[in-house]
Design a protein around this ligand. Sequence first.
Ligand SMILES: C[S@@+](CC[C@H](N)C(=O)[O-])C[C@H]1O[C@@H](n2cnc3c(N)ncnc32)[C@H](O)[C@@H]1O
Length: 299
Amino acid sequence: MISDETDHISSCIVSKPRIARQRWSLLAQIISNGDRRKDVCKNVISIRRFETFGLFRVDVISEEEECKWWEYKTDLINNFTLIVRQLCGCLKADKLQGFNNTGNVCIWPAEEIMSYYCLLNAAYFRNKSVIEIGGGMSCLAGFSIAVGTEAQQVQITDGNEDSVKNLEIMRERNKENYGETQVESSLFRWGPDKLEGNLQENFDIVLCSDCLFFEEGRKDLIKSMYNLLKPQGEVIIFAPRRGETFNNFMQLAQEIFHTEIKTNYNTTIWQLHSKFKEDSLYDENIHYPILLKMKKKDI
Ligand SMILES: C[S@@+](CC[C@H](N)C(=O)[O-])C[C@H]1O[C@@H](n2cnc3c(N)ncnc32)[C@H](O)[C@@H]1O
């Protein structure tokens, strides 16, 4: 689906550097033109862009100044309803300079697809302990598993404090629908060190979508995945190529993980992808996520 909503600067970092530079420069002007307190509303810098594969039925249920509440439904799971809170307020100048904010801009297509894929494979999550890292403001996949599968435990995380506040509100809002699944939300930043007691090698499944393109965070991200995962566990990643970034991540990860990639992993998604390719706003390089599964090597 194509919408008129705001794009985010980083989605263009790889494939459309000129447009990205223009928008960063506009932002820089706004910030440096004196009033640093001025909010930079997301729609100051707006272009038409590809937004969603339309894999869920989605309705707005209410709107507030800083957020919209959405109801996500799917026929993949009986009686599946997930309430999603999406931040939609102004992007303040200090946020642009603070911790990475890419997860508060939108739910990226890779996250939507990862959620759909997990629900298609709901039985796989039965009795598993699952963590989503870099899940942004919605952790759509983590919450979909919490509501739509019989996972034992789901830990919903991101490294951005605003995202995590939003996740906490969503966790509370959806709590009637978790059944026996334990659901926690927390701030989790990737890093090289072993993790505190209850996180180290605690998870059967680590989920991550569209986080591979950060050059600086890449080593830490791989190390964190390794540390979070139980010895026999599996990392499930969905991410678009974004230039060479996907391959760079995989090359580095292969030092400590066995990897398996799939480009065509689901017929419905593949058909949508083939159809969208005819639309000039759809750019495979930034919109079509590849599936990467990883298992630990003995090191
Ligand atoms: C492009 S967003 C993807 C968000 C979400 N997975 C999606 O696809 O909609 C990248 C996410 O990585 C998170 N992130 C970036 N660096 C991080 C770090 N060092 N530790 C934890 N999270 C980080 C950001 O906060 C952001 O939510």
